[in-house]
Write a protein that binds this ligand. Structure first.
Ligand code: BJW
Length: 235
């Protein structure tokens, strides 16, 4: 690996939270088990059956209150605190385990379970507990127009300009715990590579885009991420 690495972009997916007890999407016993993705994760699905979609996210928000950050989240937070160069941690996860571990240079490209978005006034705000179809907007007071602040299929992920800029400027791109099945995140490795960055994948198994990474470490994030952070901070 290059010795002149300064700017780093890290992408995380559901695999980084698996050892905390949160289900991944596409694994055995995955999150959509029992739900077809088009029944819960699209704007059309929400228009068709808001109660079903709210129930799916309310259950996940409730589960979030019972789990804790794991060794991978903690190591990435330590890395954030100690890495002297530029760093951007992009998570596809809608849980709050990175921030609870202490990560600061973080963005949630697919939204957050702990936020609501009012379709009547456009405001986004923190949300704790169940949302349900009768939720009232804390900004405009409209009842029944609040949806989870989650990026569904067909919607534009958040902060794409900032992400693209960071990918083009980074010296190292690291992907952790993601299957590479969902775009645009699955294409970040190509952008970073094209712009000259080294690329590293850390995953339980080779992802769909594994061949695009210059290096790959296969195993549990809770073991491999603390090792990688230790190596990087002792360079
Ligand atoms: C471990 C581990 C351990 C387990 N340690 N590892 C045709 C071709 C190409 C693209 C498209 C297409 N048709 C439509 C599209 C676009 C579409 C898309 O990608 N569809 C695919 C199905 C093909 N994408 C979109 O619609 C996106 N928007 C968009 O493209 O806008 C237009 C645009 C244009 C130009 C620029 C930019 C944008 C929006 C995507 C929204 C995704 N939303 C979801 C659900 C909402 C959030 C939620 O409910 O939580 O986000 S989908 C779901 O997948 C969720 C995740 O964030 C995302 C990624 O999943 P992830 O994290 O990779 O989880 P898994 O389960 O797949 O993988 C876990 C991995 O961890 C596995 O590999 C395990 O092995 C590993 N693992 N334990 C280490 N202990």
């Amino acid at each position: 690996m290059m010795n002149d690495i300064q700017n780093i972009v890290i992408l995380t997916g559901a695999g980084v939270s698996a050892e905390s007890g949160l289900a991944t999407f596409r694994g055995f016993d995955g999150l959509w088990d029992g739900h077809r993705v088009e029944d819960v994760c699209t704007p059309d699905a929400f228009s068709r059956d808001p109660a079903l979609v709210h129930a799916f996210y309310d259950a996940r928000r409730e589960k979030l209150g019972t789990v804790e950050p794991n060794a991978a989240h903690r190591a990435l937070a330590r890395f954030d605190a100690e890495w002297p160069g530029e760093l951007l941690l992009i998570t596809q996860n809608v849980d709050d385990l990175h921030e609870r571990a202490g990560s600061k240079r973080l963005l949630h490209m697919h939204g957050e379970l702990a936020k609501g978005w009012c379709l009547a006034c456009g405001e986004r705000f923190g949300w704790a507990g169940p949302m349900g179809v009768g939720a009232e907007c804390s900004a405009c007071g409209t009842v029944g127009a609040v949806r989870p602040d989650i990026v569904w299929f067909g919607e534009m992920p958040y902060e794409m300009e900032r992400i693209d800029d960071a990918l083009r400027r980074c010296d190292l791109f690291v992907s952790i715990g993601t299957s590479g099945a969902v775009y645009p995140a699955a294409g970040f490795v190509q952008t970073a590579r094209y712009c000259g960055a080294s690329t590293l994948e850390i995953n339980l198994e080779p992802s769909l885009g594994s061949s695009m990474f210059s290096k790959s470490r296969i195993g549990k994030a809770g073991e491999l991420v603390p090792e990688w952070v230790k190596e990087m901070l002792s360079r």
